[in-house]
Design a protein around this ligand. Structure first.
Ligand SMILES: Nc1ncnc2c1ncn2[C@@H]1O[C@H](COP(=O)(O)OP(=O)(O)OP(=O)(O)O)[C@@H](O)[C@H]1O
Length: 327
């Protein structure tokens, strides 16, 4: 696939977001796009995926089977999760039976099979994101474009998406992705490009950062939390009284139930159907049911900022752990 002197701006007189971008992307392999906020990464991905057309220059050689996960999923469509996936599978050329089977398989893989019949508008942010990712994987895309696709997924679904990316690569596809976490598929990219000042240039991968300690914060509160929290913590319900444990960011490490706390009200994340919780207009997650405890696992570098947001929203910090040590 080739971009020749591609430029893109919004509106007739808007500032150029990208200009004179010439790139040859291989038909197979993993490509990472990096850049500071607002530099034009999403704009580049939309051009690659064919969602937007260049204002100038041209894009050639895009595979017919191209799939895209947008940074923001348009969740307010009048479909159930399964019907939406079947519909998109059909659009992508699958027969109805194959589309239904694959929709079920992908929902299952991402741990969302229980929401197959839930209307999209009633899905939590995390489950919506699972549907957004599933729609892109339905028809074995030859080019898969992922814009912060891991954001909002729980630990298991993030790992499943890593696996799905590797499966596409093994099948000979190209995967182009943006993710704010430098550890995402670190060391696996075949090519890296940086977006800066409207230009796109090859960059060298910064060596994978040494594993940093994780901090696990158990907190409870009734005020809505911002949709975007510092450090993009993995947010999970605090373990229930039945001993079911939440998985932590570290993968296999398992969080123990919080001592002395009855977490019956905390089985679901805010926003999950059935809790009486709903996303607010400002993107916050309204938390109108009985307060429940959440476990937020975050890189230690962001824990102070995260604690600051929780305290500012009048959340109570029940428990704080660093690498399994109570602090
Ligand atoms: N539809 C639009 N209309 C007008 N300006 C837009 C539109 N979409 C993006 N922009 C502007 O284009 C610039 C690049 O946006 P883009 O979303 O591509 O950046 P980004 O690097 O992906 O940012 P982030 O890391 O914050 O997601 C920004 O200044 C943004 O405000």
């Amino acid at each position: 696939m080739r971009l020749e002197r591609v430029g893109r701006r919004h509106g007739l007189r808007g500032p150029w977001v990208l200009r004179e971008v010439s790139l040859d992307l291989p038909a197979a392999g993993l490509v990472r796009i990096t850049g500071a906020n607002g530099t034009g990464k999403s704009t580049l991905l939309r051009l690659l995926a064919g969602i937007d057309a260049p204002t100038e220059g041209r894009v050639t050689g895009r595979p017919a089977r191209t799939a895209y996960v947008p940074e923001r999923f348009p969740a307010a469509l009048p479909f159930t999760a399964a019907d939406y996936l079947v519909h998109l599978g059909r659009v992508q050329g699958l027969g109805r039976a194959a589309a239904r089977t694959r929709a079920g398989d992908w929902l299952e893989r991402f741990g969302a099979a229980g929401h197959a019949r839930t209307p999209l508008a009633e899905l939590s942010k995390g489950t919506s994101q699972k549907v957004a990712v599933a729609q892109a994987l339905l028809a074995d895309p030859a080019l898969l474009v992922l814009d912060e696709a891991w954001t909002g997924l729980d630990t298991g679904a993030r790992a499943e998406l890593d696996t799905a990316v590797r499966e596409r690569l093994t099948a000979g596809a190209a995967v182009v992705f943006v993710d704010h976490d430098p550890r995402r598929l670190a060391g696996e990219a075949d090519a890296l490009y940086g977006v800066e000042a409207g230009r796109v240039r090859p960059v060298r991968e910064t060596p994978a950062a040494p594993a940093r300690p994780l901090v696990r914060i158990t907190a409870s509160g009734s005020r809505p939390l911002p949709a975007r929290l510092p450090g993009d913590p993995v947010t999970e319900p605090a373990p229930g009284h039945d001993g079911r444990a939440a998985r932590s960011l570290a993968g296999d490490r398992v969080a123990e139930p919080v001592p002395g706390r009855d977490c019956r009200a905390a089985r679901r994340l805010p926003g999950e159907p059935g809790t009486g919780l709903a996303p607010g207009d400002d993107g916050r997650v309204a938390h109108t049911a009985a307060p429940g405890a959440l476990v937020l696992t975050v890189d230690a570098a962001h824990s102070d900022a995260l604690l600051g947001v929780l305290l500012a929203e009048a959340w109570h910090i029940d428990h704080l752990e660093s690498e399994g040590v109570r602090v």
